[in-house]
Design a protein around this ligand. Sequence first.
Ligand SMILES: *[C@@H]1O[C@H](CO)[C@@H](O)[C@H](O)[C@H]1NC(C)=O
Ligand SMILES: *[C@@H]1O[C@H](CO)[C@@H](O)[C@H](O)[C@H]1NC(C)=O
Ligand SMILES: *[C@@H]1O[C@H](CO)[C@@H](O)[C@H](O)[C@H]1NC(C)=O
Ligand SMILES: *[C@@H]1O[C@H](CO)[C@@H](O)[C@H](O)[C@H]1NC(C)=O
Ligand SMILES: *[C@@H]1O[C@H](CO)[C@@H](O)[C@H](O)[C@H]1NC(C)=O
Length: 682
Amino acid sequence: MVFDAKYLVAFVALSLVGATVAEERVADPCAAIAGQKWVSPKDVRACYSSIKVDQTLKTNIIDVVNKTLAFHTSVNYQVKAPAPFTSDVHEDLLADLARIRHQSYKSDYDLHVDLSRTLKRLNDGHCVWINRCYDCASAFVNYVPIPLVLLTAPDGSQAVHIAPEAFTVAKAEFPDQIQFWQDSLPGPLKGSLESLSGAKVVLINGLPPFNAVNDNAKITGSFQAFGTRQNSFFASYQAGATGWTYSMGNFAQQSLPLSDNVLLTVQRVNHTLPDTFILPYRSRIGNIKAFTDTKSYLANNCVAVPGTNGVDVYTISAAEVAPSEAPVAKFQQQPVVSAAVARKHPLNVILDTSPLSDVVLPPTLAPSLPAVNGSRHAAQFYLLKDGKTGVLALGSFSDSDYNAFLDGLLTGLVTLKSQGATQLIVDVSNNGGGFICAAHWLHRIIIGPKSTTVPQAGLDTAARDGPLAQLIVKQIVNNDADPDLQLLYNPLQWRNASNQQFGPHDDWLQPPVKKIINGRPDAFSQRLGQECQPDGFPENVPNVALFNPKKVVIIGNGRCASSCSLFSITMSKHEGVKTVVVGGKKDVPQQYCGTVGGQSTDFSTIDTEIKSTHLKNNTLAPPDLLVNGVQGITWRLGFGITDPTQPEEWQDHPADLNLPLSGNTVNNPVAIWEDVARRLFA
Ligand SMILES: *[C@@H]1O[C@H](CO)[C@@H](O)[C@H](O)[C@H]1NC(C)=O
Ligand SMILES: *[C@@H]1O[C@H](CO)[C@@H](O)[C@H](O)[C@H]1NC(C)=O
Ligand SMILES: *[C@@H]1O[C@H](CO)[C@@H](O)[C@H](O)[C@H]1NC(C)=O
Ligand SMILES: *[C@@H]1O[C@H](CO)[C@@H](O)[C@H](O)[C@H]1NC(C)=O
Ligand SMILES: *[C@@H]1O[C@H](CO)[C@@H](O)[C@H](O)[C@H]1NC(C)=O
C-alpha cells in the first residue's frame, strides 16, 4: 500500500493534537489559490486568514507607523477636526495604535484590516498605511461587473443605477471572466448581463442603496467630506497619462476581498417587474510575485523590498531604486515620476490602496474632439463645438517630464485662445495631485501676475517641529550633513514668511512655534513662504492673464486632492472661479476638493533624512520596516485663505453647483462640459 506522505503526516498529527492541525497540514489555503488568475474572494480570505500574527513584525509595524507619525503635521488636529468636518474626522491615532499593540488577532490579515481602517478613519489620503501583502495594487482585487452611478431624473429625483456603460466596460476589462458572471445569473436573466446596464437599483442586500453607499463612506478613507466619500462608491472617469480611464468605484471594485456576493433588486430599462438576483464577486490577481503556498506567498510578497526603507544618500554607491519599482509609487495617485525629478520638484499627492485605474473609458464615452497642441499625458486640451469654450482635462499634476508638462500647460491655454476660446473649463476629476509648483504655475498663468499669484501662487506652509526633526536640521546646519542639497530638511530648500531664502546655517526649526491643538501640546516650524518662483517656473511666464476668472470653471467629482486642492482652492477663494461637483447626492454638501496637505511624503523618505544625517540609532528614529509596507504622511501643511491662522485642510470648500447627471451625460466628459458651459457661461 502506497501512502501519500502528506496524508500520513496529517494522520499522525490528527491522532496527536486534533483536527484543526490536520486540516492545515492537508490543505494550505494559499496553495489553493496559487497560479490562478481569478479566484473566489472567500478563498483569498482563507489564504490571508491562515497567516498568523508574527509578534516581531507586529511590533515593527507599530513602531514604524508610530514614530513616522511624529513627522505628520495633522495627528493632533485629527483627534477632532474643526467645523465643518467635526463629525467626519475624529480619530485619536496614537490611542488606537496603543490599543492595537495590546489587542490580539486571529490572523495577520485581521490585524492588517484593523490597522488599515484605523488610519483610513483619518479620512486623509496623505496619511495611509498600506501593506502590499494584502492591499490590492499587488495582491487580489475584488470585482463585480456592474459599476454603479447616481442619476437624476427630469423631475429632480435621484436614484442609484447600474451604469449605462457597465456591460461595455466589463466585456472589455474582464473578457476571461464575463462568461462566469453570465452563467451565474438566475433563470431568464442567465446570459443577459447586458440587459442590466442602466437598470435602477432598488435594493442592495435587501436595503435601500444608500445604506451600502454610506457604509462604504465610513471605511473608504482619503477625503474628509462625507459627500466625497459617498461619491467613491460610484464609477467615474479620469484623464490618464496613457488615455482616458474608468474608475469602477468602490461598489464594483474592492481593494480587499470583503464581499463574496451581492443581492440586488433592480428595475431593468423597459421592464415592468423588478428582478432580484445574487451576483458573486470575483478576485483577480494583481501585480504579485508567483507563489505556490503560504510560505512562498509570504517570502515573495510580504517582506521589505528595495525602496521600503530609506538610504544614506551619502554612502550608497548602488543605483537608486527604479522609480516604477519604488513601493510608494504604486499607490501614488499620479503617473510614475522618477526619484530624481521628485527630489527636485516636491510633490503633494495622495495614496490609495487601489492602484491608479487602467480600465479604459469606453470609446463611445471618451472625447472624440481633436486634442489641442500642448496636450500631453494626463493634461488634454479641447475646444468645444461652440468654438468659445476651451477645456483642460487634467487628471494629474504629475508628468514624467516636469518642464515639458509646464510648457505644455501654457502652450495648450495659448493655443485654445488663438482658436477663439474665451472661457475655460478645467476638469480635475480624480486628480490626486502631483507637483506643487505645477499647481502654482497653472494658477499663475491663467490669472496673470497679481498679489495672489506673485510671488506666492499657492499656500504658505509649516512643517511639524518634533525633537527628531530638530536634530536632523541641526546636523545639516551645524555639521554640514547635506553638502549636496539632497535633503528635505536643508534650509536652502525653503523661504521664510517674507519669501526670503534661508541661509545654509539658518536653523529654520528654531524656535518651534508652540500650539495647543485639541488640548495637546504641539510644535510647528515658522511659517514658510512660496517655493516655486522663479526657479520652479519656466522662463517664459506671460505677463497678462490668459482668461478672465469669471469665465473659468473648475469641475470634478470632488476627488481632487493635494496639489489639485492647492490649485482649486486658490482659484476659488482668491480669484472667485466657480466650482462644480458632478453627480453628488443633492441633499449632502459637496466639497469641490479635499485632502489639501501642503507637501506629502512617506516613511522611506523620512528614513532617508534620518540615515543621511546619522540619526538612525536615536531612540526616536523608526526602525527599518521589515514588511512590504508604505506609510504616507503630510510633511508640510498649508495655511488657510479665509482663516490664515489655521490650516486650510479642514476649512470649507463648498462647490457652487452640484451638477445632476442623466443616463446621457454620466461618465461622458464632453456631454458634461457642454452642460456646464450652458449653465455657467450663459
Ligand atoms: C509611540 O511613540 C511614543 C514616543 O516614542 C511612545 O511614548 C508611545 O508609547 C508609542 N506608542 C505606541 C503605540 O507604540
Ligand atoms: C427602451 O424602449 C425605448 C422605447 O421603445 C427604446 O427606444 C429603447 O432603446 C429601449 N431601451 C432598452 C435598453 O431596451
Ligand atoms: C505646437 O506647439 C509647439 C510649441 O509651442 C510648436 O513648436 C508647434 O509648432 C505647435 N504645433 C502646431 C501643430 O501648432
Ligand atoms: C525673512 O528673512 C529676512 C532676511 O533674513 C528677514 O529680514 C525677515 O525679517 C524674515 N521674515 C520673517 C517673517 O521672518
Ligand atoms: C550611533 O551610531 C554611530 C555610528 O553610526 C555611533 O558612532 C554612535 O556611537 C551611535 N550612538 C549611540 C548612542 O549608540
